[in-house]
Ligand binder design. Structure first.
Ligand code: KG4
Ligand code: ZN
Length: 341
């Protein structure tokens, strides 16, 4: 079965084709960064309008790249939530309509299930069961994954998601949107020994996270240090480094704890923050020291993309799951509510 995947939940238009026998045939991502950068964050209405402009040309582009015609597509997968409702509606309406006109089944995919399954597109792919750390702009969740659709929430952020904390702290440091990768770049020049930020909620049992205090810590440190700073740029870099170290350490501590509590030895990381180089290095070192294994998507598939939606959709469509002509995009949608495959 050959599935067209459509991702439009936020500020990236992602289109891909996944073939059950041949794997990923084509993949294209268009990022709206330039549109939203001047506003310092995503403007939902502009996101929806741009998805309308980009979806069809990108679908033509991936079909051409894969040397396929529309008649050779056997199913359509579109992101049905969670995300910005207007942006979701664009991909869902288009995906459902295309499936109807091509007379093939359609499936609404959970965006976070897409992220969660993205490491399975790589070689070697992890076997089930495993612990998943989903770290994106909207979610920070630890999940016990027994199989596709068999998810148990182990812990999550009680306030800001890790990516959101990166973005807000980047803004405080005067960095352009999207802040996560910019902050990581600045942190490379930072001195790790100058400031020490707390590792929130690691001193008590449990697997929940809290990241909102770290941005306040960054703001207070900046306000305290800047007036007397000889090199303001270096101070910013040192704060970026202290912030990144705090987030990375916290995620590592909780992942080790989750592996111990579940008894699993495989860990997967997914979502935009899993592209972070320092996080990958520290996680690899910590988990391999305990004879565990860590899996990631390639950096391009850590952030939003169509490949993960085509892939997740393929799993559910081949299991006989599909949508009726009615489709319901959901701004909010719990991963744990998904049916097993
Ligand atoms: O998964 P994603 O593309 O979209 C959501 O589903 O939210 O994640 C985007 C988030 C943003 O907060 C972005 O700043 C963060 O991932 N991010 C990073 C890096 N690359 C993306 N954060 C830290 N370091 C990075 N290299
Ligand atoms: Zn995402």
């Amino acid at each position: 079965m050959r599935v067209l995947g459509i991702e439009t939940s936020c500020d990236e238009t992602g289109i891909a084709i996944y073939d059950g026998e041949r794997g990923l045939l084509a993949d294209a991502v268009y990022s709206q960064t330039a549109i939203h950068a001047q506003y310092g964050g995503v403007v939902p209405e502009l996101a929806s309008r741009d998805h309308i402009r980009k979806t069809l040309p990108l679908i033509r582009q991936v079909l051409d790249h894969a040397e396929l015609t529309a008649t050779q597509i056997d199913g359509v997968a579109f992101t049905a939530g969670p995300g910005l409702i207007g942006a979701l509606l664009v991909g869902a309406a288009l995906g459902r309509s295309l499936a109807w006109s091509w007379n093939v089944p359609a499936i609404g995919v959970h965006h976070m299930e897409g992220h969660l399954l993205a490491p399975l597109l790589e070689t070697p792919a992890p076997n089930f069961p495993f612990v998943a750390l989903l770290v994106s702009g909207g979610h920070t969740q630890l999940i016990d994954v027994q199989a596709i659709g068999r998810y148990r929430l182990l812990g999550e952020s009680v306030d800001d998601a890790a990516g959101e904390a990166f973005d807000k702290t980047a803004k405080i440091l005067g960095l352009p949107y999207p802040g996560g990768p910019e902050l990581a770049k600045l942190a490379e020049r930072g001195d790790a020994t100058r400031f020490r930020f707390p590792r929130p909620m690691t001193d008590r049992p449990g697997l929940n996270f809290s990241f909102s205090g770290l941005k306040t810590f960054a703001l207070n440190t900046l306000q305290q240090e800047l007036p007397s700073a000889i090199d303001a740029e270096q101070t910013r870099a040192d704060i970026a480094r202290a912030f990144e170290d705090a987030v990375v350490d916290t995620l590592v501590i909780k992942c080790r704890r989750a592996l111990r509590e579940t008894g699993h030895r495989r860990l997967i990381l997914a979502g935009g923050v899993s592209a972070n180089q320092r996080l990958r290095e520290r996680m690899n070192a910590a988990i391999s020291a305990e004879r565990g294994e860590v899996f990631y998507p390639r950096p391009l598939f850590c952030t939003d993309n169509g490949a993960m939606i085509a892939f997740a959709g393929w799993h559910r469509l081949t299991a006989g799951q599909y949508e009726s002509l009615q489709f319901t995009p959901r701004a909010r949608w719990q991963l744990m509510d998904l049916p097993p495959v």
